[in-house]
Design a protein around this ligand. Structure first.
Ligand code: NAD
Length: 250
């Protein structure tokens, strides 16, 4: 049975793979046997992380489609194919909506939704040509619920968009061998949540809202991605796998 989860001989790219959840996904895919490329806007952290983990690094800013296409070209040129694309880069911005600037709205939408589309499109173009591939987008429980107490309408809207984009592409590409799914984490201890977790009011609300009463380790999200990357999920497409310690049941 465990053979179904193996990624031996496969090539994978992980955007936002330099740290946090993306880094844990890189380790998961690597340990399942894939050749992995970290793709990140931050070359310092990304290259150090790649060296530490015995994987490769390629730079891209997911908001710039030309750099995304160049990164996917680099992977295909180096490895001959691209079998798994994890579109995970994301940012958060907490601000009351009535005062949210147009620039901050656009910045969040640009990384968290436009960037996921550009990465899906780059992966889809190459995978459809080879007739196979698995795309996994990082959504969030915030695509299903509105978080509290922190205001983050752009983030929540972008993540709902990611989940529906995933379904839309899954429908378009299923008959041509390309599966598209998403994984939606609850609160995970990373740079992204550091500020929130150091705010006692927010931390209390986050833990009280989570039936398991704790945040996840990044390594608890990675196995869900390995499942969706591998043949273990051969009949899954358009699905959103929520990994949230139960947050969305209340
Ligand atoms: P993180 O801040 O630790 O890591 C994000 C990574 O994305 C960094 O390496 C950063 O350099 C990279 N990145 C940012 N902008 C980029 C761009 N324009 N182009 C390429 N790379 C870029 O955050 P994380 O917590 O690991 O989050 C990873 C993903 O998981 C995000 O999509 C986030 O929304 C999602 N998520 C996180 C949580 C959580 O609680 N941490 C919960 C649900 C979903």
């Amino acid at each position: 049975m465990t053979d179904l989860f193996a990624l031996t001989g496969k090539t994978a790219i992980v955007t936002g793979g330099a740290q946090g959840i993306g880094e844990a996904i890189v380790l998961g895919l690597r340990d399942a046997g894939a050749r992995v490329f970290i793709c990140d806007i931050n070359p310092e952290v990304g290259e150090a992380s790649a060296e530490r983990h015995g994987v490769e690094f390629v730079a891209a800013d997911v908001t710039d489609p030309a750099t995304v296409e160049a990164a996917f070209d680099h992977v295909v040129r180096s490895a001959g194919s691209i079998d798994v694309a994890v579109n995970n880069a994301g940012i958060v911005h907490n601000h009351p909506s009535e005062d949210l600037s147009t620039e901050d709205w656009r910045r969040v939408m640009s990384v968290n939704l436009d960037g996921v589309f550009y990465s899906c499109r780059a992966a889809g173009r190459r995978m459809l040509e080879q007739g196979s591939g698995s795309i996994i987008n990082t959504g969030s429980m915030s695509g299903h619920i509105a978080n509290r107490p922190q205001p983050q309408s752009a983030y929540n809207a972008a993540k709902a968009g990611v989940i529906h984009l995933t379904k839309s592409l899954a429908g378009e590409w299923a008959a041509r061998g390309v599966r598209v799914n998403s994984v939606s984490p609850g609160y995970v201890g990373t740079e992204l949540t550091k500020r929130g977790l150091s705010n006692e009011e927010w931390r209390r609300a986050w833990l009280d809202g989570t039936p398991m009463n704790r945040v996840a380790e990044p390594g608890e999200i990675a196995p869900a991605v390995v499942f969706l990357a591998s043949d273990a999920s051969s009949y899954c497409t358009g699905t959103d796998l929520v990994v949230d310690g139960g947050y969305t049941v209340w």
